[in-house]
Design a protein around this ligand. Structure first.
Ligand code: NDP
Length: 262
């Protein structure tokens, strides 16, 4: 039996949204485990800079590829470009996600498309393209981790005076978890594992937009009494990607500091 350190050396992992926030921590965690990383980002002007910094720190190859995960031709091109650059793709972190925070009465069809095109269709586009690439090339052993959210099953964020202000986001994450379980079941016979990360509150740009009194209140309603840091999401995700999780597929891992215990 191998030792318990996580070893992804020789691998090439795609991380969508891997240029900042939880995704950047995933990029760093994958690089720590020895794999090369292809970062897919939407528009951030410094995406390649953050990729270069990770490459320099961990001594692996890291390159940023512009891609809108909600647009299938853009995803197919990015996956082709990644394979041409780095060789065989061995893993995928489907992590990119966006939120619209508004009372439900103010939500519009445009808001729906903004959230669902990235969160739900985006996960499907990238997961299908990579899974098809594995099946077509006869590669068995590919692993996917999809970032959903603890909010996938939350209809009311406890304690907030204005609780239902992310109806499209929360419901999109319910769809992400449900879709991911369906894909895990369908692709298991091809030797593909797909697991789901449902982060709790995490200190990233997404949560920095919260009003400070809501932030403090929410932090205190987490049993561990604080928001997580991005690496506290990334390391459980890398464990799911690794061979230590070889008998896990369709499972949900929820690093939420205990928020959903009750
Ligand atoms: P950030 O807002 O910090 O970063 C979002 C990332 O996704 C960016 O890299 C962005 O690229 C990328 N992205 C957004 N839309 C697209 C798109 N259409 N195509 C390609 N890339 C895209 O997010 P977080 O790090 O906070 O969140 C990461 C994931 O974790 C998301 O799925 C989020 O829903 C989930 N999550 C976060 C929680 C939190 O508390 N932060 C809690 C629970 C879940 P660019 O920089 O180019 O815009």
């Amino acid at each position: 039996m191998s030792s318990f350190s996580i070893d992804l050396s020789g691998g090439l992992v795609i991380v969508t949204g891997g240029n900042r926030g939880i995704g950047l921590a995933m990029t760093r965690a994958v690089a720590t485990a020895g794999a090369d990383v292809a970062v897919l980002y939407r528009s951030h002007p410094k995406a390649q800079e953050s990729a270069d910094a990770v490459a320099k720190e961990f001594g692996v190859k890291v390159k940023a590829f512009q891609c809108d995960v909600g647009d299938l031709p853009s995803v197919e091109k990015a996956v082709q470009d990644v394979a041409a650059w780095g060789g065989k793709i061995t893993g995928l972190m489907a992590n990119a996600g966006v939120s619209v925070v508004k009372p439900a009465f103010d939500l519009t069809p445009e808001d729906f498309h903004k959230v669902y095109d990235t969160n739900v269709l985006g996960v499907f586009n990238i997961a299908k393209t990579v899974a098809k690439y594995w099946v077509d090339s006869g590669f068995k052993g590919g692993a996917i981790v999809v970032t959903s959210s603890m909010s996938s099953g939350l209809y009311n964020q406890k304690g907030l005076s204005d609780p239902l202000t992310q109806a499209f986001y929360n419901s999109s994450k319910g769809a992400v978890t449900s879709l991911s379980k369906a894909l895990a079941a369908e692709w298991a016979p091809y030797g593909i594992r797909l697991n789901i990360l449902e982060p709790g509150y995490c200190n990233t740009e997404q949560t920095s937009k919260m009003a400070s009194e809501i932030r403090d209140f929410q932090a205190h309603s987490v049993p561990l009494q604080r928001f997580s840091e991005p690496h506290e999401q990334a390391f459980p995700a890398v464990m799911l990607l690794s061979s230590h999780a070889s008998y896990l597929t369709g499972s949900v891992l929820r690093p939420d500091g205990g928020f959903t215990i009750w």
